[in-house]
Design a protein around this ligand. Structure first.
Ligand code: CA
Length: 226
């Protein structure tokens, strides 16, 4: 098999592995290779198991518990792995939370200090949050349907070329129907640079060794329940 075919097969396998649910992951992940500056490709992904039907308010067909989602997610740490990008379909799996963390590289510009207005889209069933350079840009930590317009959250931010800290948090509560795809997808666009809306490719993500250490709870400590 040619090198190109092998690479394509590796990518296909990586995407398939991503689609597995939080607790069924068995494939060994490749060991990250860190460069001289301490960066390796991909984002650190920390998976947490949440209790089933947390809050006890998940009647069939209505994915809305009458409790604070922050108190019932990121409950039990399960494992960490490196993932190339954020474009997942968890497909009828439920009751878990994920945090991706690392760096997003904005491509170099002719003028190093030039800022460009990037628009970010997070398509998620259920809740999601987005931080860039420590700034909380999206915080929509609630159950929702992937078929509802509000499953796509967006925000714009001016960014210079280079690495920027990025954290994405996500939870999946109840999966309602047999054909639910339960997506989480991170896209971007930048009209000033001719970039149309597309999933942020793996070439733009990196992480450092310390990103592989999980943190308890949500980053802002919003959960009051111990
Ligand atoms: Ca759901």
């Amino acid at each position: 098999m040619s090198r190109v075919l092998l690479a394509a097969a590796a990518v296909a396998l990586a995407l398939f592995v991503q689609a597995l649910p939080a607790e069924a992951q068995t494939a060994p992940a490749p060991t990250p290779v860190y460069d001289a500056e301490g960066y390796a490709p991909g984002l650190a992904a920390h998976y947490y198991r949440d209790e089933d039907y947390w809050g006890g308010q998940w009647p069939d067909g209505v994915s809305v518990p009458n409790v604070a989602s922050a108190d019932h997610t990121f409950r039990q740490y399960k494992y960490t792995r490196v993932e190339p990008l954020i474009s997942h379909l968890f497909i009828t799996r439920g009751w878990f939370s994920v945090r991706w963390q690392g760096y997003l590289t904005i491509p170099a510009a002719e003028t190093p200090d030039a800022e460009f207005l990037y628009k970010f889209y997070v398509f998620a069933d259920d809740g999601c949050r987005l931080f860039i350079d420590g700034e909380k840009l999206i915080d929509d930590w609630r159950p929702c349907s992937e078929n509802a317009p509000d499953a796509i959250r967006s925000v714009s931010k001016k960014l210079k070329a280079g690495r920027h800290r990025i954290v994405v948090e996500y939870f999946q509560g109840q999966s309602l129907a047999a054909n639910d795809r339960d997506p989480i997808r991170l896209s971007w666009e930048c009209r000033a640079r001719g970039l149309k809306s597309t999933v942020i490719p793996e070439t733009q993500f990196s992480h450092r060794r310390e990103d592989l250490t999980p943190q308890a709870g949500r980053l802002d400590g919003a959960s009051k329940r111990k």
